[in-house]
Design a protein. Structure first.
Length: 140
């Protein structure tokens, strides 16, 4: 099934896949299906880019690979907001918070912990985009 607005960014070192990020458009009026409550109208009523996965091989963490993957997956998006679900106990959650993501809600999963539903204003992302093109290990 095709997803509107799908984007995949890969990081490779030679032939080895070392990271990836992907997501797709979450249409205006929709939100995470297991959310405890609706987000503020300014978020709910706008298109959002849902980041579904962001992974970096452990040997390549703390080297800028993850930051560049996220920058590239969000770069030039037409949606107003980006959103993702994050385990508040994870190391990634702290990274998100330090990089401008904020809590817009919570969800309950029958198979795991409560997740924070985070959002980031993509206009602010666009204003802070780097122009250096990032590492040579990325492809879209």
């Amino acid at each position: 099934m095709a997803r509107p607005g799908f984007r995949l960014v890969l990081a490779r070192e030679g032939d080895e896949l070392i990271g990836a990020a992907y997501g797709w458009t979450m249409a205006a009026g929709t939100w995470w299906s297991r959310a405890k409550a609706e987000p503020p109208a300014e978020i709910r009523d706008r298109d959002k880019f849902a980041v579904l996965e962001w992974i970096v091989h452990p040997q390549h963490r703390s080297c800028g690979v993850g930051a560049e993957l996220m920058r590239r997956v969000l770069q030039g998006r037409p949606e107003s907001w980006a959103t993702l679900a994050s385990d508040p106990r994870s190391l990634a959650n702290g990274i998100y918070r330090r990089n401008g993501w904020r809590v817009a809600g919570h969800s309950e999963l029958p198979w795991g912990p409560s997740m924070e539903l985070l959002v980031r204003d993509l206009a602010r992302v666009a204003a802070g985009e780097r122009s250096d093109g990032g590492g040579s290990w990325l492809s879209t």
